[in-house]
Design a protein around this ligand. Structure first.
Ligand code: S3P
Length: 190
C-alpha cells in the first residue's frame, strides 16, 4: 500500500509523512531527498545551474521509480510541491497510490516559510505574492489528483496524522486500530 502526500511547499508533507509512516509501520520516502541524493547537490543549486525544466525531468523519473516498486510493503511518499505540474506525475500518483492533499492557505505557508532559504521558487522579493500565485496555479491540480484532502490550518501534526489514518481506515485501506476510534478522543496528544 502506497500513500502519497501532495501540497504546496511548507504544508508539512515531510513532517506529517514521517509521523504517519511511524504510526502505521510504513517505510517513509521523500522524493526531494531521493532527487538530491541522485543529483549530488541541494535542489536549490541544481535549479540555479540547470534550471527548473531539468529538475522536473529528474523529478518525473524519481516519481515513476518510487511509485513503481511492485511488492513493497506499506509506504508513505512525500512529494515536492511542484510534482503535480506534469500530467504524467498526476496520473502515476493517482493510479499507483492513495493521494492525500495537505491543503494550506498562502498566508499560513508564508508564516512558516518567510525565513526559508532553501526553496528556489521562494527566493524572491515578495514570497507571499509568489505563494498566492502557486496556490492559484496548483490548488486545482492537487484537488484533481487527490483521493482525500486535509486542511493543515489549525490541527497539530499528530491530529493531522490521525485524520489521515481515519480516512484510510474508512476507505478500507488500513485496519481500524483501537486508538483511532471515532468515539474516543485522540490518544496522540498535542
Ligand atoms: C518545489 C518544491 C520543493 C522542491 C523544489 C520545487 C516547488 O519541495 O521540490 O524546490 O515547485 O514547489 P517542497 O514542497 O518539499 O518544498
Amino acid at each position: 500500500m502506497l500513500v502519497s502526500l501532495v501540497g504546496l511547499p511548507g504544508g508539512g508533507k515531510s513532517t506529517v509523512g514521517r509521523q504517519l509512516a511511524r504510526r502505521i509501520g510504513a517505510t517513509f520516502l521523500d522524493s526531494d531527498a531521493v532527487i538530491e541524493e541522485r543529483i549530488g547537490m541541494p535542489i536549490r543549486s541544481f535549479f540555479e545551474q540547470f534550471g527548473e525544466a531539468s529538475f522536473r525531468d529528474k523529478e518525473a523519473a524519481v516519481i515513476d521509480e518510487l511509485t513503481r516498486e511492485a511488492d513493497r510493503g506499506r509506504t508513505v511518499l512525500a512529494t515536492g510541491g511542484g510534482a503535480l505540474l506534469r500530467p504524467i506525475n498526476r496520473q502515476l500518483l493517482r493510479d499507483r497510490s492513495t493521494v492525500v492533499y495537505l491543503r494550506s492557505s498562502p498566508e499560513e505557508l508564508f508564516r512558516r516559510l518567510k525565513h526559508d532559504t532553501q526553496r528556489p521558487l521562494l527566493q524572491v522579493k515578495d514570497p507571499l505574492a509568489k505563494l498566492k500565485e502557486l496556490y492559484e496555479q496548483r490548488h486545482p491540480l492537487y484537488e484533481e489528483t487527490a483521493h482525500y484532502s486535509v486542511d493543515t490550518g489549525r490541527p497539530s501534526v499528530a491530529t493531522l496524522v490521525n485524520m489521515i489514518i481515519m480516512q484510510l481506515e474508512v476507505a478500507g485501506l488500513l485496519e481500524r486500530s483501537p486508538d483511532t476510534r471515532w468515539d474516543k478522543p485522540s490518544s496522540a496528544g498535542h
